[in-house]
Design a protein around this ligand. Structure first.
Ligand SMILES: Cc1cc2nc3c(=O)[nH]c(=O)nc-3n(C[C@H](O)[C@H](O)[C@H](O)COP(=O)(O)OP(=O)(O)OC[C@H]3O[C@@H](n4cnc5c(N)ncnc54)[C@H](O)[C@@H]3O)c2cc1C
Length: 605
């Protein structure tokens, strides 16, 4: 028995019968890929995960230099109940795996409109935020109570009905034809039809309050002027639920996923790139294209393949439009290339999970006639922002900064227009985010130093043709070459450091920087094959949310499914964990409506 067979026996004690076990290849070792691999292996499937880079984590990466360690991606641990739900499916708890600190204050805000170097501290908890808002705008406290109630109810409804579904026809009915959803429909529908900013500014006058309530749109890779007001639910997370940080960084979360996946029997191959998804013509289609249906029952049973024989265009279009009916192709494996091995080889598979940006997968790993989402689909989509990320090591302490820090520019709307509008450019001054994890975590900087991670949202800046930087004249961040004084990314970095120094009252910041690294959209495109170099994925506009977001199953290739931030339910670590559950439903052909029930390894609940 091979080690893999042994591991299947060990992990395959769930409720799956032998005939239900599948061989699955997961492409991508980011959070969604690792989470999917862990869940599938736990259920007894034979899972191999391939990751092109030498390290796991994808966008949730880590970089070390000069005694500092930076998380290169996530820094806000929100929606703790989603992490708890995910871990419960593996018989684990977040508390066992992560050393979570609740941050107080949750964050500090410098608003260019207010001026001065003293920030506003935002402490989570209804009473704290009510008092803060009341101090900024008399009467706003009571309005905030209503706002937070609405955010909390909407969030609970989203968790109950809209996040854990694949939005198939039955899923749609299950999500919408419910008494609790119908009862609030008169309140929900207007929230879909107006944008978040108009919803907020209709309730609050104070510009800083408005920005605090608008800002969560950025977590969704969007702008408050383009994202539906329904997403005011996000304020429940930072203002009520609380903001957490896993000590020793988000890399501990990635590591915990890796351990779980391997413990459940998944095989993880790093330095291994998926080159092509192999597929054969579907036998149900070929069978019925080679004989006539024998009667009405046969016709009814196989009407779609029959149509496919009679009118392949019509039937194919039907399947692609609805997701129903047999696919023209069936996934059979993945051709991979492992660094150091002379030749590519094929990993056979009954199912393949693409757990990285779907645009890249469809464009580069599938032949043209097998793509559900061809380039013309992406041409109409709105990417989330790109990011210039600065990782700084600073000598001496920075008491001026808290763990999370937000700098809000006066020209709020102009900043979002610069990123998402028709004339893309880097706003100046930019609204930006600074994380100082060394406030909470002694492992991320040498003694007597601070660790800073600065995120400047910028327009998506890479073309779709395989992650190459556009004509450098476009936005031309290039690769942030520190040796090149003319590199535009370095120029923005320089400007941003000066802005932070001035706004937060640290005039000698630039001189105290002992480590400085810049990540650009081109790096995202190269490192994780990010669509247009976007840091987060497709923006959560109305047209790219819930049932309108890219679905998690190919409509042309049976057995090809997706997970991660470009599919349902969307952007961020919690969403990636949910996408892993949805991928398991897709592989097993089960209905996704609500969070899965934890099972022990014998299939008992
Ligand atoms: C700067 C930044 C800040 C963020 N902040 C937060 C935050 O505070 N909180 C939060 O919850 N979320 C945050 N996010 C979002 C979150 O990190 C992402 O949503 C999530 O990590 C995406 O995971 P994923 O698995 O979908 O994709 P990815 O992380 O992109 O993983 C995909 C993986 O697939 C690999 N791959 C691609 N193509 C192939 C191939 N052909 N063969 C093999 N491997 C391949 C890539 O190398 C990569 O490792 C942030 C993201 C960024 C970039």
């Amino acid at each position: 028995m091979s080690p893999k067979d042994e591991s299947i026996t060990r992990a395959g004690l769930g409720r799956l019968a032998a005939g239900e076990r599948k061989t699955v290849v997961v492409i991508g070792g980011g959070v969604s890929g690792l989470a999917t691999a862990a869940l599938l292996a736990r259920r007894g499937h034979a899972v191999t995960l391939v990751e092109k880079n030498p390290t796991l984590g994808g966008r949730a990466g880590s970089r070390e230099s000069g005694g500092f360690r930076w998380d290169t991606g996530p820094s806000w641990y929100l929606m703790p109940e989603v992490f708890a739900q995910f871990y419960s499916l593996l018989g684990m708890t977040p508390e066992d795996e992560l050393d979570l600190a609740r941050l107080d204050p949750a964050y500090a805000v410098w608003d260019g409109e207010r001026g001065g170097t003293e920030p506003i501290e935002v402490r989570s908890g209804r009473a704290n935020v009510r008092a803060l808002f009341e101090s900024l705008e008399p009467g706003a406290g009571a309005t905030f109570d209503d706002y937070l109630d609405s955010a909390g109810h909407t969030y609970a409804l989203a968790l109950r009905r809209f996040l854990y579904t694949r939005f198939g026809a039955r899923g749609l009915a299950a999500a919408f034809a419910r008494r609790d959803v119908l009862a609030v429909a008169p309140r929900l529908v207007p929230l879909l039809l107006r944008n978040l900013h108009s919803f907020v500014s209709g309730r609050f006058r104070n510009p800083t309050i408005r920005k605090i309530l608008d800002y969560p749109a950025v977590f969704l890779g969007s702008s408050p002027y383009r994202t539906p007001a329904l997403y005011h639910l996000m304020s429940h997370l930072d203002l009520d639920d609380g903001v957490y940080y896993p000590r020793a960084g988000f890399t501990t979360f990635v590591e915990s996923l890796r351990r779980a996946a391997e413990r459940e029997g998944a095989e993880i191959l790093t330095d291994t790139e998926a080159l092509e998804i192999k597929a054969r013509t579907s036998s149900s289609v070929s069978r019925y294209t080679s004989r006539k249906p024998s009667g009405i029952a046969d016709w009814l049973r196989w009407n779609v393949p029959y149509l496919q024989r009679k009118g392949p265009v019509l039937a194919g279009a039907f399947t692609r439009a609805t997701g129903y009916g047999p696919r023209e192709y069936v996934a059979t494996g993945v051709r991979i290339r492992t660094a150091g091995e002379p030749n590519p080889r094929v990993l056979p598979a009954d199912a393949v999970i693409g757990a990285h940006d779907i645009q890249h997968l469809e464009e580069h790993l599938l032949k043209e006639d097998r793509r559900t989402y061809p380039q013309r689909y992406w041409d109409k989509k709105t990417p989330g922002p790109g990011a210039l990320v600065l990782m700084l090591g600073v000598r001496g302490e920075l008491p001026e900064l808290r763990h999370h820090n937000l700098l809000f520019a006066s020209d709020w709307k102009g900043g979002f227009e610069a990123i998402f509008g028709g004339d893309p450019h880097v706003p100046d001054p930019a609204s930006l985010y600074i994380c100082k994890p060394s406030a909470t975590d002694s492992t991320v900087a040498p003694d007597g130093h601070e660790n800073l991670f600065v995120l400047v949202p910028v327009p998506a800046d890479v073309d779709d043709a395989g992650g190459h930087v556009q004509d450098p004249g476009a936005l031309g961040f290039g690769d942030g070459d520190p040796e090149d004084p003319d590199d535009p990314a370095q120029a923005v970095a320089h400007r941003v450091i000066a802005q932070i120094a001035q706004w937060t009252g640290v005039p000698d910041l630039a001189e105290r920087i002992v480590e400085r690294h810049v990540i650009t959209p081109a790096d995202f495109a190269e490192d994780v094959y990010a669509w247009r170099g976007t840091a987060l994925g497709p923006a959560h506009t109305l047209a790219q949310s819930a049932m309108f977001r890219t679905k998690n199953a190919s409509r042309r290739v049976e057995g090809l499914y997706y997970a991660g931030s470009s599919t349902l339910p969307g952007i961020g670590l919690p969403m990636c964990l949910i996408s892993a559950e949805l991928a398991v439903h897709a592989v097993e052909g089960t209905r996704a409506e609500v969070p899965m029930q934890p099972q022990d390894r014998h299939g008992r609940r």
